[in-house]
Design a protein around this ligand. Structure first.
Ligand code: BDP
Length: 714
């Protein structure tokens, strides 16, 4: 273990150390034949190059070997003998090596790596390389994951490049260190002590991100504060950028559109005003002087009260392009969010972003990428894919997932999100015929876009375990893995993560992996089954609130979304309703629009159906819905059992943490079931079917619950 990391961890208890180390546990390898294989085939380490990044790669290898195998192979300064692990970039390899790897290098992009068993002058070696040192670092982390997951290294032949360019965390961190929708403590960024005090956490954060290939971070909340753009703060941002750079991580900031007024003393922020244009140009060059590899800006404009170009009679294209011009000379990008909807628009909220943005296709500058949430409403436990995917062929679109669990039980509920992410990425938009998946839209292969990206709203705070729930670490990890390769299977991700985080024992892996995979459907079942959505309590979104109907903005009320009445329940977005389905390709429209073909998991998203509507299994809608709520509760009970059985395979501290959290999750799942069923029962007028437990309290009790201090709500 590196001295720096060791020194920060030494004061922690053993459990905190494990929690803190995330998926980089580097547990000693207990499988003796695998350990022997590694020892016999890796007798020396040759690291080529001398950059900060290469030093990190070297240290990581040393740490990995020491912890997993008990000793570090001989560190060599030149290639001598055989059975060496060689790590270095293309330009640092000798001609023979370079030539023998020529065709492999051709397969790689700038960040891709090669891990390959080769023979040099008839001597066996294992090489980790890429076109630059960051690629080598990615290769080293990948190699260490091979060791962590106890895979054989015989005949390794990997050439792996990330499929997206911008793989980025969006921190919704405020300058006072509160985190909007954050459930894992306060912000990591200690603005008061920066730039002079470099918290070890910044380094460990960068290391964790690099280990899964995340290469960007937006430090500040999309509901932005202009102060971050003042010299006083930029100096601090610069210090963070300096820490992150050797790990391949670029820093981005959110730009408050009205900053020219607030910190620039201008009278307007009109994107067509020459003073405003000049102000942003100067601001950009000021930033790039400090941070030459600054990534660019993320902008939330004219959304939920944020200022934007529309305040001046301009549109999103005007705003985005003006900022794009300011950062273009320095290679920066503008990530412009399409999360827009308005209380003055009587249209179905699910239709508004498409209606506004689709006509802008082809009008943005080259260095603008439009950031679209995975679904048309707002990070629900389940949403059909956003209709904008595939609908703007001439505009790069990046997808925005929420890793922090605003609508999925905060950091108390165990929910494995890669399952959700995968469902969206695999969805077929049909915009260019069958197989036009969301993954192909965002990796640029469908429309040939130059810039591509995936963003995840971070679930990270200064809790000892980073993410509040030990299993929420898997969502950070899984986001990174999917950002690198949006075609990865969530089961593979779960398995990797479990092995790297807890144990390689199959008796542990199998049931716990299944538990993770099932956990997503469990939360859908006990919160919003059959296509229900946005029925969380208001503001903080903690717990159920299907009864809320008194908010000033209609589309903030849960009653707007479920539309329960005596006749039935669900939001009619079919042709007979808001016709939101028209925003999808004809094949998808037909599929969702027809009750026969609409998947039941999305039923109430697209249709208003009667309480007696017959589900495919023969149950009435009311009975089927009640049984789904019960199933969700039962699934959590089963998760508890699986976890109990896992006790002997892991450390008692993390076992206990998860055990306690699952108990809360079980209680809250029952709360959701009881509150929602009692509320909807007022409309259905029907008894609960056999098999559904009777509520423990009356509806008024659930309605009376108030949580003024629920976290993450500003
Ligand atoms: C909603 C959150 C809100 C965010 C907003 C956004 O409730 O806190 O500011 O999304 O994405 O989910 O801009």
């Amino acid at each position: 273990m590196s001295y720096l990391i060791l020194s920060v961890l030494i004061s922690f208890s053993a459990s905190a150390q494990k929690d803190y180390k995330l998926w980089l546990q580097y547990n000693a390898i207990v499988n003796s034949s695998i350990a022997l294989e590694y020892k016999n085939n890796l007798k020396g380490i040759v690291v080529l190059g001398n950059s900060e990044t290469i030093k990190i790669a070297k240290k990581e290898l040393e740490t990995g070997f020491l912890e997993m195998l008990g000793n570090v192979p001989e560190i060599k300064t030149a290639l001598k003998g055989e059975y060496n692990l060689i790590a270095g970039s293309q330009s640092n390899l000798d001609t023979e090596l370079k030539n023998s790897l020529q065709s492999d290098f051709q397969k790689l992009n700038e960040e891709g790596f090669i891990i390959k068993s080769i023979a040099v002058k008839n001597k066996k070696q294992l090489i980790i390389t890429g076109k630059n040192d960051i690629a080598v670092l990615y290769g080293v982390f990948n190699f260490l994951r091979i060791m962590q997951t106890n895979k054989t290294i015989k005949n390794l032949n990997i050439a792996d490049s990330p499929k997206t360019n911008i793989r980025i965390l969006n921190h919704w961190d405020n300058l006072d260190r509160t985190i909007e929708r954050g459930y894992a403590g306060f912000s990591l960024w200690n603005w008061q002590k920066l730039p002079d005090f470099i918290d070890q956490r910044y380094i460990d954060y960068a290391r964790a991100n690099a280990s899964v290939g995340i290469n960007g971070t937006v430090l500040t909340n999309v509901n932005a504060n202009a102060l971050i753009l003042t010299p006083q703060y930029l100096e601090k941002v610069e210090a963070l950028a300096n820490v992150f750079r050797p790990y391949g991580i670029k820093v981005y900031l959110t730009a408050r559109f009205s900053a020219p007024i607030e910190i620039g003393n201008l009278k307007t922020a009109d994107p067509k005003d020459s003073e405003v244009i000049k102000w942003w140009k100067n601001k950009a060059s000021e930033i790039y002087k400090r941070i030459p590899d600054f990534g660019g800006f993320l902008v939330k404009a004219n959304s939920e009260g944020q200022p934007g170009p529309q305040n001046y009679g301009r549109d999103h294209v005007d705003g985005a392009n003006m900022l794009a011009d300011a950062v273009a000379p320095f290679g920066g990008v503008i990530m412009w969010r399409a999360f827009v909807y308005s209380e003055h628009d009587a249209n179905d909220r699910a239709k508004q972003a498409y209606a506004e943005f689709e006509p802008y296709d082809g009008k943005f500058k080259e260095n603008v990428i439009v950031q679209v949430k995975n679904g048309a409403i707002d990070f629900q436990p389940r949403e059909p894919f956003h209709p904008l995917f595939g609908a703007m062929p001439k505009t790069p679109l990046m997808i925005e997932f929420q890793i922090t669990q605003e609508y999925l039980g905060f950091s108390t509920h165990l929910v494995f999100l890669p399952k959700l992410f995968q469902e969206v990425l695999e969805s077929d938009t049909y915009k260019k015929g069958k197989g036009s998946t969301v993954a192909k839209v965002i990796d640029g292969t469908l429309h040939g876009n130059k810039i591509t990206g995936i963003a995840g709203v971070a679930n990270i705070g200064n809790d000892l375990n980073w993410t509040g729930h030990p299993f929420a670490q898997a969502n950070w990890y899984g986001f990174g893995r999917l950002a690198w390769n949006p075609y990865l299977d969530s089961e593979t991700i779960a398995e990797e993560w479990l092995k790297c985080t807890f144990s390689n024992d199959e008796n542990f892996i199998k049931p716990v992996k299944n538990m993770m995979i099932e956990s997503r459907e469990a939360v859908v079942n006990y919160m919003t089954p059959l296509g229900l959505h946005h029925i969380m309590d208001t503001g903080h979104h903690y717990g159920p609130g299907p009864w809320v109907s008194n908010l000033s903005r209609p589309e903030w009320n849960p009653t707007y979304y479920h539309k329960a009445d005596k006749n039935g329940i669900g939001f009619d977005r079919s042709e007979s309703g808001t016709n939101a389905i028209l925003q999808y390709a004809p094949e998808v429209k037909a599929f969702f629009g027809n009750l026969e073909t609409c998947p039941e998991k999305d039923l109430l998203w697209f249709h208003h159906v009667s309480w007696d509507y017959k589900l495919k299994n023969g149950e009435t809608l009311w009975n089927g819905m009640a049984l789904k709520y019960q199933e969700g509760v039962n699934q959590v009970k089963e998760m508890q059992q699986v976890w109990k059985n896992a006790e002997k395979y892991i450390d008692s501290e993390r076992f206990k943490e998860v055990e306690m959290l699952l108990e809360i999750q079980y209680k809250e799942a029952k709360w959701w079931r009881d509150a929602c069923l009692l509320y909807f029962q007022q409309f259905s007028g029907k008894d609960l079917p056999a098999g559904v437990e009777k509520p423990a309290q009356a509806l008024d009790y659930f309605k009376s619950l108030k949580f003024p201090f629920a976290p993450g709500n500003g």
